[in-house]
Design a protein around this ligand. Structure first.
Ligand code: SF4
Length: 202
């Protein structure tokens, strides 16, 4: 999320990639984080059943600041969706961990977008060029350039790309498996020889 946000705000670039899936321990069969209404001004969240949490507490999430939201135990115990929402049987209330507002917005939008066919078609294109970039980096050392200056570096990139294409073509047609080619057309001289009849005794 941080990379998506930095690319968008710092460079105006849309970074296209799937978010990490929700881990099984955090997955809830009932309501997901996006189903809750967040009140960023008052630091509360309201669940789809209309219960509003007390103000959240600050916490850390993978070393980053986050917000810990805990719904009232009594309200959740009385809720018919409690088991599917909280996922626990010991009567605790539902809890949520929210990221800081800009990041949470990125996550919410991305999770919705990445389910659409349009997004999936765009992301599928990445499979091809990610593999190509990986090949040039790991097989042909593209990460380090042995020249100074952008001009020479650019030439090096172009030559590496050309070399990668040649290697790939070679892998398409290993020795002995080249597809049959149509015979070469006759050269003008060969055609002349064929059409010329030599006089007897010449
Ligand atoms: S279990 Fe609690 S948080 Fe979940 S829907 Fe019911 S009242 Fe809301």
């Amino acid at each position: 999320m941080l990379a998506i946000l930095r690319a968008a705000t710092g460079y105006g670039v849309t970074l296209l990639g799937p978010l990490r899936p929700i881990t099984p321990s955090r997955r809830r069969p009932g309501f997901d984080k996006q189903d809750f209404r967040i009140d960023w001004e008052h630091h509360t969240a309201t669940c789809p059943r209309g219960v509003t949490s007390p103000p959240w507490k600050e916490t850390r999430l993978d070393g980053q600041p986050g917000h810990w939201v805990l719904f009232p135990r009594a309200a959740c115990r009385a809720c018919t969706d409690r088991l599917s929402c909280t996922g626990n049987v010991d009567g605790k209330g539902r809890h949520l961990i929210l990221m800081p507002r800009p990041l949470q917005g990125v996550q919410n939008r991305a999770r919705v977008e990445q389910e659409t066919p349009h997004w999936q078609a765009r992301c599928a294109m990445r499979a091809g060029y990610e593999a190509t970039v990986s090949e040039t980096v790991h097989a042909h050392g593209l990460r380090h350039c042995r020249y100074h200056g952008l001009a020479k570096t650019h030439i090096r990139h172009v030559l590496t790309a050309a070399g990668t294409n040649i290697v790939r073509l070679g892998e398409c047609f290993p020795p002995g498996t080249t597809p049959p080619r149509p015979p070469r057309p006759l050269t003008p001289f060969q055609r002349l020889c064929q059409n010329t009849t030599c006089p007897p005794g010449s």
